[in-house]
Design a protein around this ligand. Structure first.
Ligand SMILES: [Zn+2]
Ligand SMILES: [Zn+2]
Length: 301
């Protein structure tokens, strides 16, 4: 039986927040750590990734006698600020011991590497991409291929070959329900266990059926839950078309896909601990085994 651990590092959408009113759920932006038998997969690189990077380099320092390169796979849902703003402070990029695979959404007229060079390490930061000392591979995440992580390989590969039973297999679904270029939803599976990561997507009333099929019978569904229905449908400041879901949309998708556990994620930056506690209580009545993600929360499958 493989160890399959999920740890939330940042659960906030849009921008980071700091205030005692947000201390329970945390104020860092999107980042989830997945550890499968020592293989590290990181979903998105909001500010939550920074503390994880610091921990990794501390471990690397203590492991110096082994001189084993560290391998990391980063999966970016898309390139909006709150999903990449921690990348330039992710310490392993400046450590030659690390081998880092980065997959993400690209548009036909660009590559992931060029996008990251411009958005993360370009004019807005004192270090250039070419100054990074880690070994880095970047690749567009494609819906019709699988990303596979093998036990002895140092980089994840994207292929249409059939994986073996021991491999970690990542499948991608492109959703167009997020402006401007859409978003990638990831399903990570290994040893009969699976987690689906669906952030920054606007589902539909009655559930997103394509998404529900993609997430079918997953152990955990991490679903965008940026707004309450009241805020989403507000007559004076409606959030329709912003590319985010309500808690009810996440519940409906969980019901149709029959996932074992639903986890809310990517909260509006003005939703404080009090509000999120009330939402969790209300929604867990509608769908059992539902919870609000918070920084530091760990789920073991
Ligand atoms: Zn976002
Ligand atoms: Zn976004």
């Amino acid at each position: 039986m493989k160890d399959f651990k999920i740890k939330f590092r940042g659960v906030r959408g849009s921008y980071p927040v700091v205030s005692p009113k947000f201390s329970e759920y945390g104020g860092n932006t999107s980042c989830v750590e997945i550890n499968i038998d020592g293989h590290l997969i990181i979903l998105d690189a909001g500010t939550g990734i920074i503390s994880l990077g610091d921990e990794l380099t501390r471990q690397s320092h203590f492991d110096d006698t082994v001189k084993k390169p560290k391998t990391v796979t980063i999966l970016l849902s898309h390139l909006h600020q709150d999903h990449i703003q921690g990348l330039n402070f992710f310490a392993p990029f400046n450590n030659p011991d690390f081998k880092i695979s980065v997959f993400g959404l690209t548009t036909p007229d660009s590559t992931l590497k060029d996008d990251l060079k411009e958005l993360v390490w370009g004019k807005s930061f004192p270090v250039n991409y070419s100054d990074l000392s880690a070994q880095i591979r970047t690749e567009s995440a494609l819906e019709n291929k699988k990303i596979i992580i093998k036990d002895k390989e140092e980089f994840a590969v994207q292929t249409d070959e059939t994986p073996s039973d021991d491999d970690i297999v990542i499948t991608c679904m492109k959703s167009n329900s997020h402006p401007q270029n859409g978003v990638i939803v990831y399903r990570i599976a290994c040893g009969g266990k699976s987690v689906v990561y669906a952030t920054d997507k606007e589902s539909y009333v009655g559930s997103d059926k394509r998404m529900a099929l993609f997430a079918r019978k997953a152990d955990v569904l991490i679903h965008d839950s940026q707004y309450t229905s009241e805020d989403y449908l507000s007559l004076t400041s409606s959030k329709q078309g912003f590319g985010h879901s309500t808690y009810e949309m996440a519940v409906e998708t969980a019901q149709v896909s029959q996932v074992r556990q639903l986890v809310f994620y990517h909260y509006a930056p003005n939703y404080d601990d009090n509000k999120l506690n009330k939402i969790e209580h209300t929604c867990s009545v509608k769908y059992p085994n539902t919870l609000c993600s918070k920084e530091g929360l760990e789920i073991c499958l």
